[in-house]
Write a protein that binds this ligand. Structure first.
Ligand code: CAA
Length: 380
């Protein structure tokens, strides 16, 4: 959808996010990648702008906007800095949304409100050493003892893990019941027994923290059970539907950032006596980039519209994430090609976009998992 088709309120939030991204995020994006440095001031500014809980009602500290507004904001940020985008995305999609959807009033007031205001940061602890794509194979245990659960186990590749204050943690509460094995918990990351394990050194999105989180007999009150006991896997998969919209958006943003850089470079770079944008070989690359980015964005918008209407969108979110992440990979590869040798250099932003794009084909469900989800839905 072209920007002119957006409603006025959406144009306004998009413009606010664009100005923030281009004036402030752009100043630190390369450095936060180079130094693998968490963009603390950028996230602080996101909190001030209301970007940490965009679709959370104002009574719980959020901006009270729709999911579409969240998508518009996230694309602007991702087009400049994919690290900042994923930090914002995890807090919004994977932490605020399940608290909003499954939390009771006390949980929303206590946990959702500071997260949506950006006073605290959240993470989503699902993946484990032996539960990646097979997320149902959880080994973390939550043993009920009186009014508490005792959590023990290791979570892997936790985005925001080193910085988070609050986690949504999935753990086995009933080994004997295959349909209701897993429950979801809200865990204070400053509780005794919570340990930040190995911090990953990553190929891209280097500014976002990612680590193991180890739960060493962590006491969690029964008040912190999110949703019903035994319903945790459904909470996880439902949450990931919304999360996949976020990652699809991040991919669209990365692709757009790379495309805009390549287009501008092609207009300036003179070879054989004229700008390379005048060669058909380059024009066709740019035309394909623009077309696939728009197609990916429209898939993201369709899934978002379903979310905003309160309808199920499992298939649509999987399609959007699959297509957008593969588009980001192709577009960033071709952006380097347009730049030629300069594209391979760290002096220009396209090699960063290329490294950042790869993760979108992996986290919140690999492309293979998205195809499994889509196939499962179309063959029902
Ligand atoms: N919403 C609600 N419920 C759902 C659902 C959804 N979208 N999808 C499935 N369910 C329900 C099913 O109906 C089923 O319920 P019943 O048992 O009552 O029938 C139950 O959940 C189990 O569903 P499946 O049988 O389909 O489960 P499965 O074990 O075969 O798993 C899978 C399917 C699609 C492979 C799933 O495991 C999956 O999505 N794996 C990928 C995990 C993933 O995305 N991890 C990302 C980690 S977080 C992250 O990456 C964050 C980050 O760093 C940024």
């Amino acid at each position: 959808m072209s920007d002119v088709l957006l409603k006025d309120e959406h144009k306004m939030i998009q413009q606010t996010a664009r100005e923030f991204a281009q004036k402030e995020v752009a100043l630190y994006a390369a450095e936060c990648d180079r130094e693998a440095k968490f963009p603390k001031s950028g996230i602080q500014k996101c909190a001030e702008l209301g970007f940490m809980g965009i679709a959370v009602p104002e009574q719980y500290g959020g901006s009270g906007l729709d999911y579409f507004s969240y998508v518009l904001v996230l694309e602007e940020i991702a087009a400049v800095c994919a690290s900042t985008a994923v930090i914002v995305s995890v807090n919004n999609s994977l932490v605020c949304t399940p608290l909003k959807t499954f939390g009771n009033e006390w949980q929303k007031k206590t946990f959702l409100t500071p997260l949506a205001r950006g006073e605290k940061l959240g993470c989503f602890c699902l993946s484990e050493p032996n539960a990646g794509s097979d997320a149902g194979n959880q080994q973390t245990i939550a043993l009920k003892k009186g009014d508490e659960y005792i959590l023990s186990g290791t979570k892997n590749f936790i985005t925001n893990g080193p910085q988070a204050d609050t986690a949504i943690v999935f753990a086995v509460t009933d080994k004997s019941n295959p349909k209701k094995r897993i429950s979801a918990f809200i865990v204070d990351m400053h509780s005794q027994g919570v340990e930040v394990g190995k911090v990953e050194k990553k190929m891209g999105i280097k500014g976002s923290g990612c680590s193991q989180i180890i739960f060493n007999d962590v006491k969690v009150s029964k008040e912190n059970l999110l949703g019903e006991e035994g319903e945790g896997f459904k909470v996880a998969l439902h949450t990931l539907d919304g999360g996949r919209i976020g990652i699809g958006t991040q991919a669209v943003g990365i692709a757009r950032g790379a495309f805009e850089a390549a287009r501008n470079y092609a207009k300036e770079r003179i070879q054989f006596g004229k700008p390379i944008s005048e060669f058909q070989a380059i024009q066709w690359i740019l035309a394909d980039m623009a077309t696939t980015i728009d197609a990916a964005r429209l898939l993201v918008y369709r899934a978002t519209e379903l979310e905003d209407r309160g309808l199920r969108y499992t298939k649509e979110a999987a399609m959007a994430k699959l297509f957008a992440s593969e588009t980001a990979m192709k577009v960033t590869t071709n952006a380097i090609q347009v730049y030629g040798g300069y594209g391979y250099s760290k002096e220009y932003p396209v090699e960063r976009f290329f490294r950042d794009a790869k993760i979108t084909e992996i986290y919140e469900g690999t492309s293979e998992v998205q195809r499994m989800v889509i196939a499962g839905q179309i063959l029902r």
